[in-house]
Write a protein that binds this ligand. Structure first.
Ligand code: HEC
Length: 331
């Protein structure tokens, strides 16, 4: 898998080289068929025949390289090994040499056969430059020279460079697609909606993260919640589960008064959390087994701690040790 990209890049390079070789071979063929070459051949038969023989060999070789290059592409689940990479590198280097050789042959032939200007016009660089810039040759500049002259500075009237025009057309096309996408069909989200969506996703991720955090609450990391929203959640949990034994206002019933300043099992959040989670042997069940989630225990324990010293009316007499206050919140 890890060689996949490298391998296919090498294959692509090989294909490009093969295409280059094929183009070169085609050009050489055209040169060989040209009249001037036929004339030369008559004068200088031996050399030309040799060249043709070499060329034909080259063509055959490139043909077989083509045939060898393709089967690998046909198998989509091919898993290249290091050896395949090395093989491909060798193929690429060979092809590169063939390409360079062909180019040399072509140049030699062309130099013999073609006038300098025609030769220049055949060079790929010249063609590329022509296609991209459409600039008039230095020698022909007179044809596009404008009439005016300022302090000896004269102006040419070249065509706009095609590369620039393509860019311009592209921006027009892009604008149309953009307009249709965002404003007409409204497939895409405008900045504000994209922002809103991202914020929503971020909020969900944050909630999910907080949920995992609160689910991982235990006696080693529990803190007392003071956020009123959390404490009021704790209050509803208390009403639903604990009021039956501890009284609606936690003043005590079969379970002890939780609003006085006396605690049997300690008054810091870790102790209260543990009492609720694991229960006691004396009538308090373990709420952490199936009934409450860790964060719910944290909430209800925080609510219970917020009741310290509130002395609900009708409270049962104190049990356990007197504590002045609950131990401060540990964050
Ligand atoms: C079935 C009755 C019952 C229910 C329901 C109950 N408790 Fe208790 N609870 C008790 C009893 C009995 C004790 C005293 C246990 C002891 O002395 O070992 C107690 C003790 C406690 C203590 C320890 C008090 C101290 O002084 O250390 C806390 C805190 C507590 N309960 C909180 C809760 C919470 C919170 C809930 C609801 C999730 C709850 N209890 C539900 C019966 C109950």
């Amino acid at each position: 898998m890890k060689y996949q990209i490298t391998f296919w890049m090498l294959v692509v390079a090989a294909v490009i080289l093969l295409a280059g070789i094929a183009i070169m071979a085609g050009s050489i063929q055209t040169l060989l068929k040209s009249k001037s070459f036929q004339d030369k051949k008559k004068k200088n038969g031996g050399d030309a025949l040799k060249t043709v023989a070499v060329l034909l060999m080259g063509l055959l070789f490139s043909g077989s390289a083509f045939a060898g290059g393709t089967p690998e592409q046909e198998n989509p689940i091919f898993e290249p090994e290091m050896s395949d990479i090395i093989g491909m590198v060798i193929v690429d280097v060979l092809l590169l040499f063939i390409f360079i050789y062909f180019q040399k042959v072509f140049n030699n032939l062309a130099q013999e056969l073609l006038p300098a200007k025609a030769l220049k016009e055949r060079s790929p660089w010249f063609k590329l430059n022509k296609v991209l810039t459409d600039a008039v040759d230095l020698e022909d500049e007179e044809t596009v020279m404008m009439d005016h002259e300022y302090d000896g500075i004269r102006e040419l009237d070249n065509n706009l460079p095609p590369w620039w025009k393509w860019g311009f057309y592209f921006t027009i096309g892009f604008a149309v697609v953009y307009l249709l996408n965002y404003h007409v069909f409204q497939y895409g989200d405008l900045q504000y909606e994209a922002y809103q969506k991202d914020m929503k996703i971020a909020e969900e991720q944050k909630q999910a993260y907080l949920a995992t955090l609160s689910l991982s609450v235990d006696e080693t990391n529990v803190t007392q919640l003071t956020d009123p929203a959390e404490v009021s959640k704790g209050k509803s949990i208390f009403k639903a589960n604990c009021a039956i034994c501890h009284g609606d206002n936690a003043q005590g019933n079969t379970g002890p008064n939780l609003t006085d300043e006396h605690w049997i099992y300690g008054n810091d959040i870790v102790n209260v959390f543990k009492t609720v989670k694991y229960g006691t042997s004396n009538g308090m069940k373990a709420w952490g087994d199936d009934d409450l989630l860790p964060n719910e225990i944290q909430q209800v324990a925080s609510y219970v701690m917020s009741l310290h010293g509130t002395f609900a009316p009708g409270g049962l007499p104190p049990l356990g040790e007197k504590r002045e206050s609950v131990t401060p919140v540990t964050e």
